[in-house]
Design a protein around this ligand. Structure first.
Ligand code: FAD
Length: 369
């Protein structure tokens, strides 16, 4: 008899939900994480009484009613609605591109006027077969929006000129002909009251958790503790990078505590001029309508990734997708390992996708309909 039914590698959303559901079904789990805290990338660190989204701003949004009901049983959510703004050389515009943006850019008032303006710009650019990201963006929304709101931001994001970036990165650009500043189209959104950690405390309550424990440094010993493993780390590392290394884009965060109560009047402000090295500033207190005396802001800098850095965004180009396929073929043959989450699937997931996936994995594991 092994000590646990499941060894779960990773205390992020996927691992924690699996543990919670397995526990409900009478199973004993050990959750390990190489970090010193639970919550994975959703983890919040409290500074000056404000929940700081340590691994990047997280806004919960979904149209999946079951997922929304599921998380609301765990914690209460506030009414936060993401309405980011753009600062381009001191000019402020609304996102996603909508009637407020068009009005500010061109003085147009009606949707018809805005549409005419965009069509005119697209026509003047005369691009029929876009060969790079610059041409693709102009062919979708015209030159003004591209120059002020897309160009610098994308160049910082990817570390290259838009004319050198492939067109496929932007397949479509959301353009909205209403005065609606809500960034997401989803039915439900919000931030857990008291921060994301509350969700994980609930999920892992009464589950054995070992932090600051890297699976790969303790693989044999951990393997002896349970027959079955749920693995939410990097799939290429699981196979010792035998086919090669999957690539990511990374981020660097710079936090500042400021003495003023309200720095930018909004949680998310994107900086779209290339000369400013960060892509956005997050003022965390606005996610929870905080009225603390001080404020904390985070400047977000995109950065090249090298092995050992924090892997944030998978680079799903042909080369990496081919490589992932090879690893995933091996994974399919594993009898006692369940792979899940963003690192094992080498895919960008929003939180709600991950919750859905974890619940599906549970159903499959416990042979439920
Ligand atoms: P993770 O949260 O990464 O958890 C995996 C855990 O496994 C980590 O804690 C890690 O330390 C641990 N681990 C890895 N390897 C090992 C090992 N060898 N040994 C032990 N432990 C290990 N989603 C939204 O819905 N809304 C948003 O606004 C949003 N914003 C985002 C912003 C950024 C910058 C990023 C990168 C993602 C964002 N997401 C957002 C996506 C969201 O973070 C993910 O969907 C989700 O948190 C991933 O959960 P996970 O369990 O798959 O992975």
């Amino acid at each position: 008899m092994k000590k646990y039914d499941y060894l779960i590698v990773g205390a992020g959303i996927f691992g924690s939900i699996f543990a919670y559901e397995a526990k409900k079904r009478g199973k004993k789990c050990l959750v390990i994480d190489k970090r010193s805290h639970i919550g994975g990338n959703c983890y919040c660190e409290e500074v000056e009484g404000i929940n700081i989204h340590k691994y990047g701003a997280h806004i919960f949004h979904t149209s999946n009613k079951k997922v929304w009901e599921y998380v609301n049983k765990l914690v209460e959510f506030n009414r936060y609605t993401n309405t980011p703004i753009v600062n381009y050389k001191g000019e402020i515009y609304n996102l996603p591109f909508n009637m407020n943006t068009f009005n500010k850019l061109w003085g147009v008032v009606t949707p018809e006027e805005a549409l005419t303006k965009i069509e005119e710009q697209k026509k003047n650019a005369g691009i029929e077969d876009p060969k790079n990201l610059e041409e693709q963006a102009i062919s979708l929304v015209g030159t003004d929006i591209y120059e002020k709101l897309i160009k610098g931001y994308s160049e910082k994001q990817w570390g290259r000129d838009c004319s050198e970036l492939p067109a496929f990165i932007i397949r479509r650009l959301p353009v909205r002909f209403t005065y609606d500043n809500n960034y997401f189209n989803d039915k439900y959104q919000g931030i857990p009251i008291g921060g994301y950690n509350k969700i994980f405390e609930k999920l892992l309550d009464d589950v054995d958790v070992k932090l600051s424990t890297d699976y790969f440094e303790n693989r044999e010993e951990l393997g002896r503790l349970s027959e079955r493993t749920v693995f939410t780390g990097m799939i290429d590392q699981f196979y010792n990078y035998k086919f090669g290394t999957l690539e990511y884009r990374s981020l660097r965060f710079e936090n500042e505590v400021l003495e003023n109560q309200n720095y930018q009047g909004n949680a998310v402000v994107n900086y779209t001029e290339r000369e400013i090295p960060y892509t956005r500033i997050i003022e965390h207190k606005h996610f929870e309508f905080g009225d603390q005396e001080k404020t904390v802001i985070t400047k977000e800098y995109p950065s090249e990734w090298k092995p050992g850095d924090e892997p944030y965004y998978p680079v799903n180009n042909d080369k990496n997708n081919e490589l992932f396929k090879k690893y995933s073929e091996l994974a399919k043959k594993e009898k006692n390992v369940i792979f899940g989450g963003r690192l094992a699937d080498y895919k960008y997931y929003d939180m709600h996708h991950n919750i859905h996936n974890a619940l599906s994995a549970v159903k499959k594991e416990f042979k439920e309909k």
